[in-house]
Design a protein around this ligand. Structure first.
Ligand code: FMN
Length: 350
């Protein structure tokens, strides 16, 4: 109800303006009232997802880009997200691309953005993280290069960011998949990724912070094997797939939400198939997940933890409640107590 009213007002405004006002409101939101948005998960064990690199209290996390500047961690940690990912953070603050740069497709429950990593920069975002109280919730920080940093020097940006955030979060993400920073997606070439991972190697020896790579849904399916093998060679914690997709008929930028569901699903299924040979790698699924049925598809193909962005905009926190109800129902009909049991028996579950 509360969200329906909020959405009614917000959707009358320009999409980015509404977003800015929402983050401002949420950064000052009375935390005792977070229960009105779904509250916390009362039975931690029931919904817990155990990955190799970390445990989430709920299988759905907040995807990067919604709280770019880590201003509303306190709020997002108090609703049932299993993890909250902030960023993308670049070393220096940058304003991003010209406005308008965020568009809604209301009927299709989808968004298109060409934001271009607008953010307050590493120093300020680190201060926000340090000042936050996330009540034990998992926090991820998503890292990107500045627009003015050349491809040859990109690895230096990632190294700088890695050093800045490694002791202040539960996992880090190398983002080489946004379509809105010129040349960024070229860093998904194996030589470029190798250069980034090599430059982080020494630093990674001194800490155990899990490191993920986030990839695009527009990569050819036959390139995914190479990415998995690089992730495994450099002992990354895993892969996050996918970022937004380019749909030229819609305009510049990246499309997310229901328009991405099918493509995202195909990429995730292919990756999960390949990753059967690398059980040491974790996988976080994102892209067009908007209800329990999407989560169930993901689980049936071998995934466990996933993230949402667009469906949170269109449905609000009730999307988490609906997924929770879907889980409760599945556990009941399959006579199981918790998600760990469900994942062990997923093939036989109906
Ligand atoms: C407005 C907007 C901004 C985004 N910014 C980022 C970002 O800064 N870094 C990032 O890795 N992904 C970013 N994303 C991508 C999301 O994290 C997610 O991968 C994508 O939206 C697909 O998930 P969804 O269909 O649930 O929205 C952004 C998405 C949107 C809609």
């Amino acid at each position: 109800m509360l969200y329906d009213f909020f959405k009614f007002m917000a959707f009358k405004m320009d999409a980015e303006k509404a977003h800015e006002l929402s983050i401002k409101a949420l950064s000052n939101f009375p935390l005792a009232m977070a229960d009105a948005f779904g509250g916390d998960i009362e039975d931690l064990k029931k919904y817990q997802v155990k990955l190799n690199s970390m445990n989430w209290s709920f299988p759905v996390g907040l995807a990067a880009g919604l709280d770019k500047n880590a201003k509303a961690i306190n709020f997002f940690s108090r609703i049932p997200f299993g993890a909250v990912e902030v960023g993308t953070v670049t070393p220096l603050a940058q304003i991003g691309n010209d406005r308008p740069r965020l568009f809604r497709y209301i009927e299709e429950e989808s968004l298109r953005n060409c934001m271009g990593f607008n953010n307050d920069g590493a120093e300020k975002i680190l201060r926000n993280i340090q000042a936050s109280d996330r009540v034990g919730k998992i926090l991820g920080v998503n890292l990107g290069k500045n627009k003015t940093t050349s491809a040859e020097e990109a690895h230096l940006d990632y190294l700088k960011l890695f050093k800045t955030f490694k002791d202040h979060c539960d996992y880090l993400v190398i983002n080489v998949s946004s379509p809105n920073t010129p040349g960024l997606r070229d860093l998904q070439r194996h030589e470029s990724m190798r250069e980034i991972f090599e430059s982080l190697e020494d630093e990674r020896k001194t800490c155990r912070t899990p490191l993920f790579i986030k990839i695009s849904p527009d990569l050819p399916l036959d390139s995914l094997e190479g990415i998995v093998s690089l992730a495994s060679e450099f002992k990354l914690s895993g892969i996050i797939a996918t970022n937004t997709t380019i749909m030229e008929d819609r305009g510049i930028g990246g499309v997310s939400g229901k328009l991405l569901t099918e493509k995202g699903r195909l990429v995730r299924e292919r990756l999960l198939e390949i990753m059967k040979d690398t059980p040491e790698l974790d996988f976080i699924g994102v892209g067009g997940i908007s209800n329990f049925s999407d989560v169930w598809d993901f689980w049936k193909s071998g995934g466990k933890a996933c993230q949402i962005y667009s469906s949170f905009i269109f449905q609000g926190p009730s999307v988490l409640q609906d997924i929770k109800s879907g889980i409760d129902e599945k556990l009941k009909v399959n006579d199981l107590n918790n998600l760990e049991e469900l994942f062990k028996n997923i093939k036989d579950c109906h």
